[in-house]
Design a binder for this molecule. Sequence first.
Ligand SMILES: [Zn+2]
Length: 72
Amino acid sequence: MNSAFYRIFCMFLEYKQADRTGKLVDMPAADTSQTCSVYGVTNPANCVSQAHFACKSCGEIENADINAAKTS
Ligand SMILES: [Zn+2]
């Protein structure tokens, strides 16, 4: 996934979350939530919201809870 698309994708996720809750929520950034379940790479730049995980390293897109379950 190229970086421009990735940034737009992240903005889309944030927009959807804002749309659902009425405000943007800072998610607690536990290490597991930013660790990719494919390669086990923890990247603080990974796009993580309550419902979605997107890996900046390999482009994996996953439900955040499922990704966290795979990495724990
Ligand atoms: Zn990855």
